[in-house]
Every structure is written in C-alpha cells, then in structure tokens.
Design a protein around this ligand. Structure first.
Ligand code: NOJ
Ligand code: NOJ
Length: 417
C-alpha cells in the first residue's frame, strides 16, 4: 500500500513537473513559434485572393473577411520581422498585400476608402456595418510609407515605385490615395476601431496624424512639395484637435458622438494605449506620457471590478476593450491584455526601470494562464471562466503576442539578460 502510494505520488509529481513547471521563458518561446505559424495560416488562405489577411478562420462569428485595419497592423509585424531576419516568404506576403490593396482601392464600396472590410475575393462588403472607419486608410498608409522608406534605403530607385507613390493629382498611387483621403476626411464623423461608435476618436486621429506626418516626409522625397506642406499642416490641426481628448490628466476615447452605441459612459478605452503602440514613438505622444500611465491605471481599476476572473489568483489584470462592452457578453480580450505587457516592456526599455520588466512578465503570466496547449489564441477570454471565446485564431491576437515579445527581447538585451 505504502509503495503504491509512493508510486502514485511519483507519477503525479512527474506529470506536474512536465505540465506546469515549464518556465515562463520556455512557454513564451513555444507560444511565439505557434503564433507565427497561426498568423501565417491566415495570410492568403485557400479560396481567397492573394494578399488577403483574414481576421480569423472563424465562421461564428464570421471573421473570414479582409479588415483594412487588422491587415495593416499585421503587415507591420511582417515588415519589422523581415528587417530583423530577411525572409523571402514574408516579403512575398507583403508584395501580395500591396497588390491586393491596389485592387481593393479600385472597388466600388459604400464608404469610399473608409470601407472597413472586404470579401475575400477583394470586392467591398455591402451588408450593414459601421462605416466609414477612417483609421483603416491611415494605418495602411502608415505601414506603406514605412515600407517604402525601407525600400528606398535599400537602394530601390524612386522611379520604380510609382505604383506606390507618385506626385500627381488626382492621386492614383496606393499611398497617395490613402493620404489624400485622410487629409481631407479626418474632420468627418466615422466609426471607431471597434466598429460601434460614430464620432471623433483618439485612436483614429492619432493614426491619421502620424500617417500624414510621415506621409509628408515621403511626399518631399518625391518632390511633391505642395502635398507635403498640406499633409504636414493637417497633422498640426489634428494635434490641436487631440488636445481636446484630455480630462483630469488622462485621455478620453471619443468626442462629438453622432451615432452608434450610447452606453460607453466612462469614455475609457484600451484603444488609447493601442494608439500609442500602433503609431510608435513620436515627439508629441510618448509612451512615457503620464496621461497614458493614468489612463492605463484607470482602465485596470475598471476591468478589475467588472471581470470576475480578475478577482482570483494572478496579480496582472485581464483587460478588455472598455468597461461597458457587451459584445459576446463583454469580456477581456487577449490583444488588449498583451498591449499592457508590451507597454511595460517599452517603458522598461525607455526608462531603464526593471520594475516594468516584472510587470510586463506578470501580464504575460496572465496570458499564459488562459493559454491553450496548442498555442491557439482567440479574440477574448470568458469573463467568468477564463476560457477562450469568440473568433478563434484571431490574427491580431497572434500579432499582438509577437510585438509584445519583440519588446521583451529588446529589454532583455538592454539589461544584458
Ligand atoms: C461586430 C464588430 O466587429 C464588433 O466590434 C462589435 O462589438 C459588434 N459587431 C457589436 O456591434
Ligand atoms: C472586431 C473588432 O472590434 C475590430 O476592431 C476588428 O477589426 C474586427 N473584429 C476584426 O478582427
């Protein structure tokens, strides 16, 4: 009897050590591999036009569409990776995305270039939807401007890039069309990145401002001086507008709502943080901004109250889109929680404060806690059980994991770890 008991304990402890004693580092590396593989599986999958980025292979909810926003964010992840490790497969995906984007810009849509999503054959989606969403063309332009500058720095002659940028009006080149649209439309009410509220949004404005600023530099390279001045001037006007999104030393989400959901009373939203992460470092909106830190603090407090899973165990709070969210019951999201990890890693890198590295790792522990053995990542975690819910294998969730890991690696390098 005693021997049997001993044997069982041994089996149990062996199981425990192989299943649970994996270090955070080991898990992160394993998940990162899975995330790359799963992200790539959503690029031009079978039955779609080359260059499509499906948001998820899920049919319920149906996410088998090309969202302009999601796709631009994913391409940025591919570009940075291909600059670190030159990789023909990734470059091919980017080239196909560029061709696809040129194709969809020519499609008739219900809201011009502000059309948020396209069918996988490249035609515009025509069902009822929150449209336009003007962060889309801005994010696409921002990615493309950076990609073009990279090509130029590699010695590609400007004359061979006319499909991407050409100083002509009316604009026919991919980037200039998006920049013209952005420069002329930014004052218009449009739907937010969550596709729910029509108004003027911090996230969208910050993306538009950055696209126009970097777009102005590109225009100058192409001797498109008038356009450069115009884009730069609009960027200044946007900055003035953004100054109205500050309250009690934190940022708010939407101003001048004209339509869509009306129950987002707190006006607090993780999209504020996403805006900072997605546009990158710039002089006016730094990741070290105390108003951003305060916004994140308020979000964490709110999500700590509304999600029962936060009341158990782990120190890092799972965050959702905004506290009043009701989509799929209103749950924490994987990509928004990963965004806070990425924030802390960036803070550690910029300030040299190791406390932020620990905080970042705590958020990664939270992600690991709700992870699946096969590395699958859906859109959300059920607010009670922590199980993954809504669209499975969300491309954006995997992209958010990869960008958080990139920052973590940069901090480790900085600290010599
Ligand atoms: C679908 C959108 O994609 C999602 O963001 C939104 O929350 C729901 N519709 C409800 O409006
Ligand atoms: C719903 C999200 O709210 C929106 O931001 C996203 O673009 C789509 N799902 C597709 O992932």
């Amino acid at each position: 009897m005693k021997t049997l008991f001993f044997a069982l304990t041994l089996v149990a402890s062996t199981l425990t050590s192989t299943t649970f004693a994996q270090s955070l580092n080991q898990w992160l590396v394993q998940q990162e591999k899975a995330s790359w593989q799963k992200l790539k599986a959503n690029l031009s999958p079978e039955g779609t036009r080359a260059g499509v980025v499906i948001a998820s292979p899920s049919r319920e909810p149906d996410y088998i569409f090309h969202w302009v926003r999601d796709a631009a964010l994913v391409m940025d992840v591919l570009m940075v990776e291909s600059q670190i490790n030159p990789n023909a497969e990734l470059t091919q995906h980017i080239d196909q995305y560029i061709e696809f984007s040129r194709y969809i810009q020519d499609q008739p849509t219900l809201s011009d270039l502000g059309e948020p999503k396209y069918n996988v054959d490249g035609t515009g989606y025509t069902g009822p939807w929150g449209r336009p969403q003007n962060d889309g063309p801005a994010l696409r332009a921002l990615f493309l401007v950076r990609y073009l500058k990279h090509l130029i720095s590699q010695g590609t002659p400007l004359t061979s890039l006319a499909k991407l940028y050409k100083a002509e009006m009316p604009a026919r080149s991919l980037i200039k069309r998006d920049l013209e649209y952005t420069a002329h439309q930014w004052t218009e009410a449009n739907f937010d990145l969550w596709e729910e509220v029509k108004g003027s949004h911090f996230y969208t404005l910050l993306a538009q401002r950055q696209a126009l600023l970097e777009g102005a530099e590109l225009a100058r390279l192409f001797k498109d001086e008038g356009a450069a001045a115009f884009y730069a001037f609009q960027a200044v006007l946007i900055e003035n507008r953004l100054a109205k999104f500050v309250e009690n030393n934190h940022f708010v989400t939407t101003r001048d709502r004209v339509d869509g959901l009306g129950y987002k009373y707190s006006n607090l939203d993780t999209s504020i943080l996403l805006a900072f992460l997605h546009v990158g470092e710039n002089a006016a909106y730094r990741i070290t901004d105390s108003r951003l830190a305060r916004t994140i603090e308020l979000l964490a407090e709110a999500f700590n109250r509304v999600y029962p899973l936060n009341q158990r165990g782990l120190s890092a709070v799972a965050l959702g889109r905004y506290p009043e969210d009701q989509y799929y019951g209103g749950n924490p999201w994987i990509l928004t929680t990963l965004a806070v990890a990425e924030y802390h890693y960036r803070m550690a890198r910029l300030t040299g404060d190791r406390g932020h590295l620990t905080s970042g790792d705590n958020y990664m522990e939270r992600v690991r806690f709700h992870s699946r053995i096969d590395g699958a990542m859906a859109e959300q975690w059920d607010r009670y059980t922590g199980f993954q819910v809504s669209a499975d294998e969300l491309t954006w969730s995997h992209a958010a994991f990869i960008t958080a890991m990139r920052e973590r690696r940069a901090v480790h390098k900085l600290f010599g770890l």
